[in-house]
Write a protein that binds this ligand. Structure first.
Ligand code: G4P
Length: 523
């Protein structure tokens, strides 16, 4: 079992839309033999043209169930790539997916550098100390000076970087990269299918380098390498594993360049499943019996088949088909005959799976995000926070005959993690918080089609919802009394302060220094 677990590499590729995440994923699958022609991956990316048409988006998301997890074998390793939605309105989905991975590859466009979405996602990685590797893409195009880009990465992503490959020119003049990890020269030939031509160069001072790329470029490369080795400490796997240093690779996913090198280094240095913190104790992937948690629930959009797939990350041990496991929240035993594994893009029934793997469990409303399954022990995994939403609306019942259906629908959709529900303590009204406008449309549509309930939205202008805590009950009481119109509870009944502007929030923090304000639900 230990060998199986140590072979697992479970990770996500994240990027700002258009940096090349889909292209890179596809090329990795090509190397893994999971697909045989480029273009076979139905992108989870939501096409730009469809941004206002959310039904289309949901359809695309439906297709993407198959690509939610892409598993394949590569050189004795079992790779699981977790796909993340590109559309920023689904950022919350991406945050949750990041809780289920052991490491992350960030794709950055050489011309655009660090973009908004990347910065945000990196915050989540930093919070969790997830090891991060960076792939600088589109070297076949002109872009930023590589040293400038490294500075930008360090500054914007707040992480140290260490180049493990170095580009020789870029754009039309792009010659290839020097691979510092394997000490070889990878020469670039634009092609969508072939593998890079490499020359092993043990000593960059050898005339072989001049022969390959010309004397001028060889001089420049030697200078660059000297600078790199002078400025950046030698690569140390430990600092990568603790999330302090991100190794950087350069390449062109579209031209299949630098991808195999990335993958080869990745499987060697990336972590196998790591210990996971539960409220009760830390769970050891290799030595503990089966445990796992639900990090994502994918609803079937077909109203005739109201079944969902709950995605479970196995944290420890081995999952077996038809074996009784404890659903901790319900305190009941459940067994699964139809769990699915995701191999080579096909879904297949799984007989056994190991820590690091993701399995899909058919669900008819038994699961919510964060639920734990174990071999018997009571465990609650930490690290599945909700973040303060960015958009808020009151949700109102538009069909008084269907109140029950509406309540049930809202309840289940929130358990699925579609959005967050708060109840205003002043007027008892229900508030839905999301990260994007699309979710409101999704909720309205699903309430009608899946629950037969109708809702109306009423605008509500809020800046942030933050969870508050205080050790002194009288201070908390005083705060709640003074802010009574802006107090709410979340689904677990915890106190939430609804700040309608940044100014109000700052004033509240200033006036009540003893109160702790949290911007994510886990504290
Ligand atoms: P995303 O998932 O991160 O959103 O990005 P995606 O892979 O879809 O790539 C975005 C665009 O960038 C695509 O072009 C893709 O072909 C292009 N691209 C990816 N890697 C490279 C690269 O190394 N060099 C160059 N020059 N382009 C690259 P598109 O025109 O938007 O889409 P398509 O019509 O080519 O599919």
């Amino acid at each position: 079992m230990k060998t199986e677990i140590q072979k697992r590499r479970t990770f996500a590729i994240i990027s700002h839309p258009d940096a090349g995440k889909t292209t890179l994923t596809e090329k990795l699958l090509l190397f893994g033999g999971a697909i045989h022609v480029a273009g076979a991956v139905k992108s989870n990316k939501i096409k730009k043209t469809a941004t206002s048409d959310w039904m289309e988006i949901e359809k695309q998301r439906g297709i993407s169930v198959a690509t939610s997890v892409m598993g394949f074998d590569y050189e004795g390793y079992k790779i699981n790539i977790l796909d993340t939605p590109g559309h920023q309105d689904f950022a919350e989905d991406t945050y949750r997916t990041l809780t289920a991975v052991d490491s992350v590859i960030i794709v950055v466009d050489i011309a655009k550098g660090v973009e908004a979405q990347t910065r945000k996602l990196m915050e989540v990685c930093r919070m969790r100390k997830t090891p991060v590797m960076i792939f600088v893409n589109k070297m076949d195009r002109d872009g930023k000076e590589p040293f400038d880009l490294l500075d930008e990465l360090e500054e914007e992503l707040q992480i140290h970087v260490r180049p493990l490959s170095w580009p020789i020119e870029m754009g039309v003049k792009f010659k290839g990269v020097y691979n510092l990890y394997e000490e070889k020269l990878d020469l670039y030939t634009p092609s969508k299918q072939t593998i890079t031509e490499s020359v092993k160069i043990n000593d960059v001072n050898s005339p072989e380098l001049d022969a390959q790329i010309g004397a001028d470029l060889a001089v420049k490369l030697r200078e660059d390498l000297e600078l790199i080795n002078g400025v950046y400490p030698a690569f140390d796997r430990e600092t990568y594993l603790t999330g302090d240093v991100a190794p950087v690779f350069f390449g062109s996913a579209l031209n299949n360049f630098g991808v195999k090198e990335l993958l080869d280094c990745f499987v060697r240095i990336a972590p196998s499943p790591r210990p996971v913190a539960a409220e009760e104790r830390t769970v050891d992937p290799e030595n503990d019996p089966f445990s796992g948690f639900i990090f994502k629930i994918h609803a079937n959009m077909d109203p005739n088949h109201r079944s969902c797939i709950a995605f479970l990350k196995i944290c420890s041990g081995k999952f077996e088909r038809n074996t009784n496991y404890r659903h901790v929240r319900f305190d009941k035993l459940m067994k699964f005959s139809q769990a699915t594994a995701f191999m080579a893009q096909k879904k297949e029934t799984v007989d056994e799976a190991y820590a690091g793997d993701i399995i899909g469990l058919p669900d008819t409303g038994n699961f919510k995000i964060g639920d734990t399954l174990t071999a018997g022990e009571v465990l609650h995994f930490k690290g599945l926070p909700s973040f303060s939403p960015e958009m808020f609306k009151y949700i109102e019942n538009a069909d008084p005959m269907k109140t029950k259906q509406l309540t049930k629908g809202i309840d289940q959709l929130m358990d699925e993690g579609v959005a967050q529900l708060f109840t205003n303590q002043f007027n008892g009204r229900k508030i839905i918080g999301t990260v994007g406008q699309l979710q409101f449309e999704v909720i309205q549509y699903r309430l009608l089609h899946e629950y037969g309930a109708q809702c109306r939205w009423e605008p509500l202008h809020l800046y942030k919802a933050c969870w508050i805590e205080c050790d002194l009950p009288e201070v908390l009481y005083d705060f709640k009394r003074r802010k009574y119109q802006f107090m709410a509870t979340d689904k677990q009944g915890r106190n939430v302060f609804l700040a309608d502007s940044n100014y109000v929030l700052q004033m509240a923090q200033q006036d009540f220094p003893k109160i702790r304000f949290h911007f994510s639900s886990e504290f």
